[in-house]
Ligand binder design. Structure first.
Ligand code: ATP
Length: 247
């Protein structure tokens, strides 16, 4: 049912520096309330796809040159990143990007810039601490002195401060120990179930992503080469051979 598609990426092409064609017609759909995984190796185009959706390509000298992107039926390719945040679409960048010299709580508060009043911000902060008790414990610590897992949690928490309906999550597992990756994914699942946050999740860790996602798309060299329900991809022989060892 197309009415339940929150994000519709339709045949997008992305070119960097006017000449490097990186996405060669990518189409994908993200239904409301689901976790959709975007899988594939290094350089396949996952980050570029997320950046196209959140309109963060400009800083990278990239542009969408073909295709369209719709949020609940409205075209969004020309909206600024800030307007997208106001409409509920927030990206958590790869590599976490916490402000090292700010405390965890100050970092979280930077995510609330689109929110109206103090009470609203306080409520969001308490909600984030509810999902991430570790962040509450570390609220006064400078991000630079927290662990990789805590910084990843901080980056997700900061995105939640904007009260998003769709989170574009770029490689949350990167550089984290398996046990911490699992902890982060459990919280993502929790947010998905309890807060109905929709996730588009880029991951090289195919195993882990397919355990938590509902549906998956596999990218190679700027194209989607396979897609299907997560449990089907996880038991597919080609996927097992080529992707399940990764991450
Ligand atoms: P990774 O896991 O490494 O982030 P990815 O699947 O997310 O991989 P992208 O980062 O989207 O892949 O990169 C896709 C391709 O675009 C790669 O070949 C990369 O070298 C190229 N690319 C990325 N950013 C730029 C840029 N700013 N200018 C030129 N080429 C770029």
């Amino acid at each position: 049912d197309s009415k339940n598609i929150v994000l519709n990426v339709n045949g997008i092409e992305v070119i960097y520096n006017h000449v490097i064609l990186v996405l060669k017609g990518v189409s994908l759909q993200v239904p409301e309330g689901r976790i959709v995984a975007l899988l594939g190796g290094n350089g396949a185009g996952k980050t570029t796809t997320l950046r196209a959706v959140s309109n963060l390509l400009q800083g990278e000298r990239g542009e969408v040159t073909k295709g369209s992107i719709e949020l609940r039926g409205d075209r969004i390719e020309n909206l600024s990143p800030a307007e997208l945040v106001r409409r509920g679409v927030v990206q958590v960048m790869e590599g976490r990007h916490c402000f090292a010299h700010l405390t965890i709580e100050e970092n979280l508060l930077t995510g609330a810039y689109t929110r109206a009043g103090k009470a609203e911000v306080e409520a969001s902060l308490e909600k984030v601490y509810g999902y991430f008790p570790r962040l509450k414990l570390r609220r006064g610590s400078q991000a630079a002195y927290t662990s990789g897992g805590e910084q990843q949690m901080c980056a997700i928490g900061r995105a939640l401060m904007a009260n998003p309906s769709v989170v574009l999550l770029d490689e949350p597992s990167m550089g984290l120990a398996p046990q911490i990756v699992e902890e982060v994914f459990e919280i993502v699942k929790d947010l998905n179930v309890k807060e109905r946050v929709t996730f588009l999740l880029a991951e090289q860790n195919t195993n882990m992503a397919l355990r938590y996602a509902d549906y998956g798309y596999i990218m190679e060299s700027g194209r989607i080469v396979m897609d299907g329900p997560a449990h089907e991809l996880a038991s597919n022989e080609d996927v097992k051979e080529f992707y399940l060892g990764m991450g």
